[in-house]
Ligand binder design. Sequence first.
Ligand code: JFZ
Length: 430
Amino acid sequence: MRMNSVALLVALAGAVQAQTYTPTAENLAARQWFEDNRFGMFIHWGVYSVLGDGEWVMNNRKMSVAEYEKLAPQFDPVKFNAAAWVALAKSAGMRYITFTTKHHDGFAMWGTKQSKWNIVDATPYHKDVVKMLADECHRQGIKLFVYHSQLDWHNPDYFPLGQTGHSSGRPPGGDFNKYLDYMDAQLRELLTGYGPIAGVWFDGMWDKPNADWQLERTYSLIHSLQPAALVGSNHHRAPFPGEDFQMFEKDLPGQHTQEFSSTSVVGSLPLETCDTINRSWGYNSKDNHYKSSRELIQYLVRAAGNDANFLLNIGPRPDGTIQPEFVERLHAMGAWLQNNGDSVYGTRGGPVTPRNWGVTTRKGNKVYVHLLDWQDEVLALPKIDGIRSARLFPAGATVETQQVGGATLLRIPAAERDPVDTIVELDLGG
Ligand code: JFZ
């Protein structure tokens, strides 16, 4: 009787184990690196950039594959300068780049051998920009993640169709398993020919949420080729086994400000949230709704206070240049991080949960209180014990604190407040 239940338990544990993904030590170290570095550059760039109307233009304008393929001969980014792009990311204080290797239009930004629908074979440029970018990232010490769309509006084997891509004119009857083989073969190329890849940022599974994506097969392929590569997917659901970070789009974790993330749950993996500088991911020549540098810096700080990274997007122009409105804001963020970065990099979400007035971050025995939107002289926090000193960061002026009942009061005269972020560093000693 007893033996039987033990045997049952062993069998159950085995079954659970089969579905449990155990990250390697180097993967766990990479997760820590990811959380410590907090700020990355998202780049949406592809043949769609030619039309200057965002990365969804094929679907939005109901273009057929044949019509859309005419964009490739027009995509000739002669001014693309990988060194300058990577240097721009670094000057913004960004520590990694997530690049669209393949978006929903299926176009490969590297010289894939799986299809001629790629930048080397189908454009007059004939160069492998993923290779150029990867080499430059490695040279300048920035990590490279690859964005990869599981949704594909171009490949005839992406069938049955999901919620999008219905005007592409592909004949019905493709073989989805063949498509998944194709995707894995492309991922194998990216994970073997381009040096260390920091991670894979999947997107598009939401197009066919109930299809058998064979995630375990794809995820274990990635981890077998590069164990430290962090897998994440923009599916807006709780993480699946084999994923190493969880992402939120245009949303701080758990805030549910976007309709598509209303059901997302914050799990225990490292978190990342992404957003745009204007309102477009891919280059959009008419979109001039730029966020201010202040808003972008505050978003980065709020992300850190929510224990999340911030992946901020640029959509370069089709000639390979980056518009001045983006460059200007990135430089402003970099300048701010030069002075204040110690309160962001290497931190985790702090002891006070995010509030309307701002957030807290922590690192070792230091707590950083970030006042982002606070007009009054005194701020009351839930009581923080053991404060040895409180000072403005980085300037150093002492901040008066007072413990009153269940609260810790900070007094910051108006003259000492910073319109972007007033940072108070609390030293908890110990
Ligand atoms: C996706 C892409 O479609 C978009 O082009 C861009 O790359 C962005 C970063 O990711 O956008 C999404 C993904 C999921 C939903 C909405 C937009 N969704 O689930 O509603």
